[in-house]
Design a protein around this ligand. Structure first.
Ligand SMILES: [Zn+2]
Length: 119
């Protein structure tokens, strides 16, 4: 479900990003601006054929923090965000078969959500 929403949100992001410097920095600035929190990349290995292994931490995301207070460990909100990030990876960065998995979650008591994608 998150992937479908993510693909739909790309159009909005593209409208805003075309006035900014293209590439990852523009995408990250836009995502932070619209309330996705600040992603911190701890591993970013991207190959020319689209193969990749990326790990990043997300914290200070007000929606995830609110969902954590409301639903605790039962929250599913991170699935939506991971779908959006997957869509950006495919449509904006040209990565293939992006599936983001969560290793740690604020809703389960971690200091940050750790999301990983590998192909
Ligand atoms: Zn999470």
């Amino acid at each position: 479900m998150g992937g479908l929403i993510g693909h739909a949100s790309i159009a909005t992001t593209r409208v805003c990003a075309h006035i900014m410097e293209p590439g990852l920095s523009a995408i990250l600035a836009m995502l932070e601006f619209i309330g996705f929190g600040k992603p911190n990349f701890v591993k970013a290995d991207v190959k020319p054929d689209g193969g990749h292994h990326v790990i990043f931490h997300v914290k200070d995301n007000p929606v995830i923090e609110h969902a954590s207070r409301l639903f605790g460990a039962k929250s599913l909100v991170c699935n939506w965000f991971m779908g959006v990030y997957a869509a950006h990876g495919e449509l904006e960065l040209g990565l293939k078969h992006v599936k983001v998995h969560e290793n740690k979650c604020v809703c389960k008591g971690a200091r940050y959500c750790e999301w990983e994608t590998r192909w």
